[in-house]
Design a protein around this ligand. Structure first.
Ligand code: XMP
Length: 508
């Protein structure tokens, strides 16, 4: 397994995903972790990430000195390479030539790290500091027009530095360099697969849970569904899944969940219809943040009440994923983005239940692979993300049951047409939004004065940035026609063509 020390680069997660794609397990840790923590993780290799800081500055972040004596291979990327150089007495200077974007790497020494690469390779650069003097103990393996030290290697120890970013897609053969470092140089066996993950975790969970019962909030989304099936396969009916219908869910969601999980007859899902509570608490509320808070708190109240009925329960399972772990406030990385986690599943510690988070080491694509191996249907595995506060943040202005009904119908038409036309998996997330304005229309010979629905579909990788999906015009027209004809109360449909930033994906 591999340790990635994070110095705050925006690409650190990408490094981890690339390493995992080689079937090698890795973890990201903040650069401040102690030598004892590193030793107890027992990595077979270490990767030092890039950073927004400048290593030419005095108090720039540094790893524990002891890492250089562990006797394991170390690869420094960008800032990480500069750490390597300064450790051995070299110097880094802010360069007047900032190098950003694609560059051609000229390889002069095809040593093990660069084996299998051409003499010239396209790579992605993003730095303004540069190595100005290289210590004697290093040799240069490759350069670019702007960087005389684009790839360096220690002459005796397995320490390497890359000024470019092998983890980004624009570095065409970046994965080859990582593979050379980890497998050729580090001699790490590539045996970390979704199957291995399942087997390992089944054992771990069994030990942790014993014969106790485990509660789980099941929402019908990918993460909680995969968590449910993994736990079910491990502890059977010791798992107590609870589906809380907030009344703000997608069209016929409860029925769909029942249908999906009917394949597991011993899995006793408890369905709680709390829709009246949620809708009545939202009465008269129009402010988006207030809506979110009310929904979050109401969910906790409802769930706690149900949990209180199971006195013998000690565990609560959650579908937390690795990006949530990395981005959470407790992970003190340099630029750890503290996303306001408005995840309705985030139940508070005061519930006094120990948490079980079997997916907390996984990225979303890995969760999908695990889910597929566990036999979950494609319709769940490939499902678009859905926000915790549900349709409430897609009904602009006050929420009521009638508006939810209209939006569910419009959304269902959009989603089912995407599926029928083979477009569902070509977009990252798609949904309808109900606007609080009415416009004039004509239906037959009658004047109408009805609501407007907006359609939103976006391309994204992680939801942090997004572009609107260029759905075909004929398709949008077909969906708009169906919505206006079939959903009484909506007479106009618009398509949202804004990107994130400056817009967000959801409208509230
Ligand atoms: P925004 O609107 O912030 O959304 O661009 C980014 C992604 O996050 C989803 N989202 C949420 N997910 N609880 C969630 O679990 C929430 O409160 C929430 N709000 C937004 C959104 O659907 C998109 O995929």
């Amino acid at each position: 397994k591999v340790l990635i020390l994070d110095f705050g680069s925006q690409y650190t997660q990408l490094i981890a995903r690339k390493v995992r794609s080689l079937n090698i397990y890795c973890e990201i840790q903040p650069y401040q972790i102690s030598l004892e923590q590193i030793q107890s993780f027992a990595p077979q290799a270490i990767i030092l990430s890039g950073s927004p800081s400048s290593s030419s500055k005095k108090n720039s972040p540094k790893p524990e000195e002891g890492i250089w004596q562990l006797g394991i291979p170390i690869l420094g990327i960008c800032y990480g390479m500069q750490l390597l150089v300064t450790h051995y007495g070299g110097t880094i200077l802010p360069s007047d030539k900032r190098e950003y974007g694609s560059a051609i790497l000229n390889i002069i020494n095809h040593n093990e790290l660069l084996a299998g690469l051409g003499d010239r390779e396209e790579v992605w650069m993003s730095h303004s500091d540069a190595v100005s003097s290289l210590p004697e103990c290093f040799s240069v393996l490759a350069k670019t027009d702007q960087s005389p030290y684009a790839v360096i290697a220690h002459k005796e120890l397995p320490f390497y530095g890359l000024q470019f970013h092998p983890e980004v897609a624009n570095t065409k053969n970046g994965i080859k360099v990582l593979e050379n470092f980890l497998i050729r140089i580090g001699k790490i066996t590539a045996n970390w697969t979704p199957n291995a993950f399942i087997n390992e975790n089944i054992e771990k969970i069994r030990k942790q849970v014993g014969n106790q019962k485990v509660l789980l909030g099941l929402s019908g989304g990918v993460d909680s569904s995969v968590t449910a099936v993994l736990l079910y396969k491990t502890i059977g009916n010791q798992l107590l899944p609870i589906f809380v219908d907030t009344g703000l869910m997608r069209y016929k969601e409860a029925e769909r969940v029942k249908q999906t999980f009917s394949a597991y007859p011993d899995l006793n899902i408890r369905y709680v219809d709390a829709s009246k509570t949620f809708i009545s608490k939202l009465k008269g509320i129009t402010d988006p943040e207030t809506k979110r808070k009310i929904i979050g708190n109401t969910f906790i109240e409802v769930f706690e009440k149900i949990a209180g009925e199971y006195e013998e329960v000690h565990f609560l399972a959650q579908g937390t994923l690795y990006p949530d772990v990395i981005e959470s406030a407790t992970f003190t990385g340099m630029t750890a983005k503290i996303k306001s986690h408005h995840n309705v599943g985030g139940l508070p510690e005061k519930m006094n239940l120990a948490l079980i988070e079997p997916l907390r080491e996984l990225f979303k694509d890995e969760v999908r692979e695990v889910g597929t191996l566990l036999g979950l249907p494609e319709s769940i595995i490939q499902r678009h993300p859905f926000p915790g506060p549900g349709l409430a943040v897609r009904i602009i202005g006050e929420v009521n049951a009638e508006k939810v009904r209209l939006l569910q119908l419009a959304d269902e038409i959009f989603i089912s047409e995407l599926q029928k036309n083979g477009l569902y998996n070509t977009t990252w997330q798609a949904f309808a939004v109900l606007l609080p304005i009415r416009t004039v229309g004509v239906m037959g010979d009658e004047r109408s004065y009805d609501q407007v629905c907006a359609l939103r579909a976006v391309d994204s990788i992680d939801g942090m940035t997004a572009n609107f999906t260029q759905l075909p015009m004929w398709f949008l027209q077909k969906v708009a026609n169906r919505i206006c004809n079939e959903v009484k109360g909506i007479s106009r449909v618009v398509y949202d063509i804004s990107s994130k930033p400056p817009a967000t994906i959801e409208w509230e």
